[in-house]
Design a protein around this ligand. Structure first.
Ligand code: AVJ
Length: 313
């Protein structure tokens, strides 16, 4: 199942029309990850202030053998696999137990996926590597064909969904699972607001550049004329919703043309566009949300900052 460039461009235009044309103005975060965005995010993961990547890596190293012991899966599916860097720890553990029959990395970035698939085929010669180019927010149904699977969704990406999207996503994911199939989910945890804000507002401004790059994507892909210097970066902790809320604020009135989305915008001085949210979880909330779609927690590993959850249908 391959997505072509037109499909991607079409959904950018409609996402932008829907998101920027509504109040409050928003933009779906998946459009943050063009080549430059992916490079900036990679830089974020190496910032000392941004703890989640390193936390998850350490937890996974610690827990991988345990995950395999508790799991019944012989197929591992990874949503948003990218280079499958961290996943190798998990795959190594499955392979060491003689349980890795198949690995299915799913990602929108076709080139990255091809390179990863070649590397993985060499590393796990006895496993079938079946890369799928797909937007996992739209095409979960395809996964239903895989039996005895563990679906890994790492990196805390689930935190980017709005609460109703998250419910729909988890519901669709559970629908694609058989009885006994499992989910391995990486989530960042609720913690002290200062640490959260620092993680999303590094002094070197890498996160700000990453968030502002979204406007550059619109300028390039949709011929928009956003003046990046007219916006300031406004990250804050939304205590009620338990999420980081990352916005850009127009510091003076802006008239913006977005011909590729057939849209013109008038932003008032001080008006904000929400670019990304990053929801933080508690064990209770995860238990409730997973339980609501028929998934039961069977494993929980944490360093207090970040958690890996294993859940079974
Ligand atoms: C890749 C979605 C997990 O929410 O922490 C990092 C993205 N945005 N800094 C996150 C991100 C700004 C990141 N995720």
């Amino acid at each position: 199942m391959l997505l072509d460039a037109d499909h991607a461009a079409g959904s950018l235009a409609s996402d932008v029309r829907r998101g920027l044309g509504s109040a409050p103005r928003t933009l779906p975060p998946k459009w943050l990850y063009d080549d430059e965005g992916a490079r900036l995010f990679d830089e974020i993961t190496r910032l000392p202030e941004y703890y989640p990547t390193e936390s998850e890596r350490r937890i996974l190293l610690d827990a991988a053998a345990d995950v395999v012991r508790r799991s019944r899966a012989t197929t591992v599916v990874e949503l948003g696999s990218g280079t499958s860097d961290k996943t190798r720890v998990l795959l190594d553990a499955f392979a060491a137990a003689g349980r890795l029959e198949r690995f299915v990395p799913v990602d929108v970035a076709e080139e990255t996926l091809r390179e990863a698939a070649d590397m993985l085929a060499t590393r796990y010669p006895s496993a079938a590597i079946e890369a799928v180019v797909a937007d996992f927010t739209l095409h979960l149904g395809h996964l239903a064909g895989y039996r005895r699977k563990l679906v890994a969704f790492l990196g805390g990406t689930i935190g980017n969904f709005y609460v109703e999207e998250r419910g729909a996503f988890l519901g669709a994911l559970a629908d694609s699972m058989d009885e006994g199939d499992e989910l391995l989910l990486g989530t960042d945890l609720v913690k002290d607001a200062d640490r959260l804000i620092t993680a999303y507002d590094d002094p070197g401004g890498v996160t700000e550049a990453f968030v502002k790059n979204s406007l550059r994507v619109l300028n390039r892909e949709l011929d928009a004329d956003f003046d990046l210097d007219a916006y300031s970066y406004v990250p804050f902790w939304d205590r009620r919703m338990q999420r980081m809320d990352l916005r850009l604020r127009a510091e003076m009135p802006q008239h913006v043309r977005v011909p590729g989305a057939d849209l013109e915008l008038d932003l008032a001085s001080g008006e904000e566009i929400r670019i990304e949210i990053s929801t933080k979880f508690t064990e209770e909330r995860l238990r409730a949300e997973l339980g609501a779609v028929g998934l039961t927690i069977t494993g929980w590993w944490t360093d207090g900052d970040y958690a890996l959850t294993l859940a079974r249908k």
